[in-house]
Design a protein around this ligand. Structure first.
Ligand SMILES: NC(=O)C1=CN([C@@H]2O[C@H](COP(=O)(O)OP(=O)(O)OC[C@H]3O[C@@H](n4cnc5c(N)ncnc54)[C@H](OP(=O)(O)O)[C@@H]3O)[C@@H](O)[C@H]2O)C=CC1
Ligand SMILES: N[C@@H](C[C@H]1CC(C(=O)O)=NO1)C(=O)O
Length: 328
């Protein structure tokens, strides 16, 4: 029997999950839920209903995993603990500094409901988190570096769109080339947040909006922009659609570590991503973790999990026997 999936929140990520499900025949899309009027939300899959978000609770027995595709800035802190009371859930929560409190609120909900809630799934946090953890476990004596871009951060773009007076936005994250080169050379440089990346924002403001206030709110936004050198450009909707319609991204996790008793041998681990579509790639990761959430709950597991808690084999549609063949 297919794993029955619900999507809550239909934006870039919601569309991406819908696409990713097509590539996973052991899963099926049962319903999409939105805070807007359903007739305003046109999905890609024929025959799948779109419901007002208020109806989600009535479908708890018809959905095995509800994938939460809202924004991290303001949606997921409310939605994930709320729906973990009724469903196995997966979210992409990426406000790194607030992950511990998010974990606690989702765990409280999921422990009481007997469901599994896997949070902060994606590439960062997510695949990059796993690779930082593996590299630290393998090379305890070393230094970590993470670089993103140049590309469009969905979390930062979403955070700007939540500011009053903003109609649309794209945020580019840009790595500082000299910092990247120093890391790749194995010099293990001390780098501040500001020395590693800059951020460039393209914003469509509502007519008559106070653009000076918007720019100030962006540049001082904790956890997103306050620790970076950030530039803000105000452009028209037409310019945004023409010059900034794509959502490419990517990045690197690098760890340089040493081993040896007297002699010092240096090792460099690098994990890299080059993404044409940030949302479609992120959604492909989320769908694999939805499979794991279902399996873990079927085994009787409950509570909040992160990518560190999920056995890798649970992500794959292949059986244990098929996976072991990969190892040979
Ligand atoms: N961990 C990771 O590696 C990654 C995490 N993310 C996270 O994913 C989050 C979601 O990103 P993304 O999908 O790009 O955000 P969007 O802004 O596209 O969508 C967020 C929500 O806004 C609503 N929405 C979407 N389009 C419209 C519209 N035209 N008018 C009104 N409301 C709309 C939808 O809710 P509704 O249907 O209910 O209206 C949707 O769920 C980001 O905030 C980020 O934190 C993203 C990439 C990677
Ligand atoms: N969570 C990010 C994924 C990566 C990209 C990023 C950044 O550009 O700051 N940080 O983490 C996103 O929303 O796109």
């Amino acid at each position: 029997m297919s794993i029955r999936i619900g999507i809550l929140g239909y934006g870039n990520l919601g569309r991406g999950v819908e696409c990713a499900l097509k590539q996973n025949p052991d899963m099926e899309l049962t319903a999409v839920f939105t805070r807007r009027s359903p007739q305003d939300v046109k999905i890609l899959t024929a025959g799948v209903p779109v419901y007002p978000v208020e109806q989600a609770e009535q479908m708890a027995d018809k959905i095995d995993v509800l994938i939460l595709c809202g924004g991290s800035a303001t949606d997921l802190p409310v939605q994930t603990p709320k729906y973990a009371k009724l469903f196995n859930v997966v979210d992409s929560f990426d406000t790194h500094a607030r992950i511990p409190e998010h974990f606690a609120s989702v765990d409280n909900a999921a422990q009481s409901s007997g469901k599994v809630g896997i949070i902060s799934v994606g590439w960062d946090p997510g695949m990059f988190s796993l690779n930082r953890m593996y590299a630290n476990a393998v090379l305890p004596d070393g230094a970590d570096y993470t670089f993103w871009g140049k590309g469009v951060s969905q979390g930062h773009s979403d955070a700007i769109r939540r500011i009053e007076g903003v109609r649309d936005a794209r945020q580019y994250t840009i790595p500082v080339e000299s910092a990247l080169q120093a890391v790749r050379s194995g010099k293990n440089p001390e780098l501040s947040t500001r020395q590693k990346h800059t951020r460039e924002c393209f914003v469509v403001a509502e007519a008559g909006a106070d653009t000076a206030r918007i720019e100030r709110e962006i540049k001082t936004m904790p956890n997103y922009f306050a620790d970076y050198d950030t530039t803000v450009h105000f452009i028209s909707e037409e310019e945004l659609q023409k010059n900034h319609s794509g959502i490419p991204h990517g990045g690197f996790v690098i760890r340089c570590g040493k081993t040896g008793w007297n002699s010092e041998n240096t090792h460099i681990i690098e994990y890299s991503l080059k993404l044409d579509s940030n949302p479609e790639f992120t959604s492909s990761i989320i769908v694999a973790y939805a499979r794991a959430a279902y399996r873990m709950n079927q085994e009787g597991q409950k509570g909040c999990k992160t990518v560190f808690d999920v056995p890798p084999a649970y992500l794959s549609a292949k059986s244990g026997e098929e996976l072991r063949k990969h190892l040979l």
